[in-house]
Design a protein around this ligand. Structure first.
Ligand code: GLN
Length: 466
């Protein structure tokens, strides 16, 4: 599918549609909330912005490419004056005091935020069922989960309720729901986009991630949001990716895949055979395909969940009902903290806080937390070695197709294991892109740090040749 942004931009410039009618149409599509994607609609804000765009066009003023384009944002991004609930009971009534850098950059470019989107609360989950707003339903089959945690964002894009959406990816939360709903979802290199104003889950892997229906839209939105931000010291200066750069794929000659991802019993038979057929098709285009060794799923999952739980326990310690969140009074201050946290956090979030505090505590930290940090270093070294041989690593997004709504909640461990193919790249802080090709749940392309352009380029090549 070609760029929706460019198409809509042209319609606006040619005055074939008005921005107000465009926004009204999207809001009307979101209102019935048929897939539980909506936490809140930004109706007044959006219509006010649309009016200004229409006035500019009427006065024959030039408008930017993103001006008037409606987008959605996962309900973990601060947008001043709007509710930012993280899909949780705790922050059900919390209003943002400021705006996230990535979102501000989109707004400065003229894009119009229309909806705060549902997902797993605090990013905790892989199915968008761990939410107070009702399980998000898959865009193609409403009995199946949307994936998560950015399920609402992926479904809104797939259903065209938004032109693009901004999800958050800590261990796969943009890539996996994008795969489940057949759209493009990018986890950029860690630090390429500022995390300022993104509610923290695991700070060392949290990434702002755009979801779109085309590679060109991904390029446009990524360029706008990228860049150094003094408010997030992990950000760096990156080059803009040009349209021309993306259309030339001749530099990519060798790619790799992890043998052990497909050589185990956990992978669904159809996903496995589709993936193997897909890599044969890529080979047939003349590309060199190398089978690589990687860590097993159990090591990846336990390393990721150890670190993610430790970081989320630390990040969420500020939610005590006093500074932030829904306060519940106890007999004394300690009691109030305890009741507020026990009653307002979900079971899944509490499991992670308890687990995180455990791995960080004296007597356990050396054997668990510090060990996980050292395995993470080994994973990064492994990637550095791989990327001396190959330009891209290709993998399925998940070992399974989307489960039925309700199934993941019954077995948290099985849900954690379903993240086996996404979390390794998060630990490596590498750019990884889900494309709606190859398997039922898409495939992922990964490149070395700061080579996000290679992903778009190779995705474009695959779109044209396969
Ligand atoms: N499913 C993974 C988790 O629950 C990833 C979530 C995310 O990326 N926010 O931790």
């Amino acid at each position: 599918m070609e760029s929706q942004i460019r198409e809509i931009h042209q319609l606006l410039v040619d005055q074939k549609i008005s921005c107000t009618s465009l926004i009204q149409e999207k809001l009307a599509a979101l209102k019935p909330n048929s897939h539980n994607t909506v936490n809140s609609l930004l109706e007044d804000l959006a219509l006010e912005k649309a009016k200004k765009v229409d006035e500019k066009i009427k006065n024959s003023e030039k408008i930017g490419l993103l001006e008037g384009i409606p987008f959605g944002l996962k309900d973990v991004y601060m947008l001043q004056g709007t509710l930012t609930t993280a899909s949780s009971e705790f922050l059900k009534s919390y209003k943002s005091a400021y705006t996230a850098t990535a979102i501000q950059k989109l707004i400065d470019a003229g894009a119009i935020p229309i909806v705060k989107e549902n997902g797993d609360s605090f990013g905790h989950g892989s199915s968008s069922e761990n939410t107070i707003f009702g399980a998000v339903k898959n865009a193609f089959n409403t009995e199946l989960v949307a994936g998560g945690s950015s399920g609402g964002s992926a479904v809104n894009v797939a259903k065209k309720y938004t032109v693009f959406s901004i999800g958050g990816d800590t261990g796969g939360s943009v890539r996996q729901p994008s795969g489940y709903n057949k759209v493009y979802g990018l986890k950029p290199t860690y630090g390429r986009i500022s995390r300022y104003g993104l509610l923290a889950y695991a700070s060392s892997t949290d990434c702002v991630g755009p979801i779109t229906t085309s590679i060109e839209d991904l390029r446009i939105v990524l360029n706008i949001m990228s860049g150094k931000d003094v408010k997030d010291q992990t950000t760096y200066v990156s080059d803009e990716i040009s349209e021309e750069q993306v259309s030339k794929s001749d530099t990519i000659k060798t790619i790799g895949y992890f043998k052990n991802f497909t050589e185990n019993d956990a992978i669904d038979a159809t996903i496995k055979s589709d993936f193997l057929i897909y890599i044969e098709k890529i080979k047939a285009t003349g590309i060199n395909m190398i089978a690589l060794d990687f860590f097993d799923a159990e090591t990846l999952i336990s390393t990721y969940y150890t670190l993610a739980m430790a970081e989320t326990a630390s990040n969420l310690s500020r939610l005590d009902g006093t500074n932030y969140g829904n306060r519940m009074e106890g007999e004394n201050l300690k009691d109030s903290y305890s009741i507020s946290r026990s009653k307002n956090f979900s079971e899944e979030t509490k499991r992670r806080i308890v687990g995180g505090n455990q791995v960080l505590s004296q007597g356990f930290a050396d054997d668990i937390y510090i060990k996980a940090l050292s395995i993470r270093n080994e994973i990064s070294e492994n990637f550095e070695k791989d990327f001396q041989e190959v330009a891209i690593i290709i993998s399925p997004v998940t070992p399974n197709s989307p489960p039925k709504i309700g199934d993941s909640l019954k077995n948290p461990l099985a849900m954690y294991l379903s993240d086996a193919y996404t979390v390794g790249f998060s630990l490596g802080q590498l750019p990884t892109l889900t494309i709606p090709q190859g398997t039922l749940a898409g495939v992922q392309l990964t490149a070395a740090k700061n080579n996000d352009d290679l992903l778009l380029k190779f995705a474009n090549f695959l779109k044209e040749v396969i």
